[in-house]
Design a protein around this ligand. Sequence first.
Ligand code: AKG
Length: 293
Amino acid sequence: MNARERYYWDLTGHLVVPGVLPEREVDDINRTLDYLIDSGAVSESEGGSRNSTFLQGGKTWWSFANLLDLPGDYASPIRRLLVHPEVVVRLRTMCGPGFRLDHGPQFQNARKGAEGLTLHGAGAPHRDFVAYHNQAGEMYCGGVTVTWNLTDCPAGGGGFAAAIGSHKLDFPMPLGVRNCDDDGGAVVQPEVKAGDALFFMDGAQTHGTHPWQNDHERRSILLKYASRTSARSGVSRQLYPPNIYWDANIVEEMTPAQRAVIAGPGWNFRSDPTLSLTVEEDGRVVTDAESAH
Ligand SMILES: O=C(O)CCC(=O)C(=O)O
């Protein structure tokens, strides 16, 4: 990652690296995606424009959650993306050595008229598992997504959109930015070409999708990486139970509060009150599930 890229990444929260995949590799991946679409394995879903006027459109998204779960030859071009050297050199700087794939690779497609997706993620409120900071010349980001583009996304034609610098913000996101109806020029939808790799601070940067207006399909594959110490989603929910990490004799006699603190990492704990602790007025430490509040 050179000084120019570092500057742009730190300033904006995303980075387009042009021309990473040669045409031959783009074609290989497109063949895999053709197979996926022809076999009917993709699911059609709403884009998530909610009550936005700007983001409105048709229900014309196709998606597939885990492209590693494809038969033999179809998965090979996707596996190569996992540790592509152009990704590795940059993620070492962006997330620190030891970054990992948290979830994906997921396929995202849009056809002409496809609605957009409201913007989400932000520097504030602080969320440790995706937060960005920069100290003493070292950068650190809990969650970075690499989007591989298999078709062109001309600027202004729809696709990935982001609020520049929002990963450093300390103010709540205005509604006009979330729904793109009145973004005051804060949101950009950069040009990305087939074969380019787009990096963005997933969760720290405010980002989403502008409606797809191009005649050709959008085809993007998103790999959701995390720093080694950050567990965002993916399999983390299944890996919470303390008995995955500790022997049965250690876990068996423990109180629910003791079990909560030896459970595994992940951010989904917010929806599971048995995994977070609180101190009651009488000084007892209990899980939120047990708490009287
Ligand atoms: O690439 C896009 O259109 C945006 C994807 C997105 O919002 C996400 O992965 O959270």
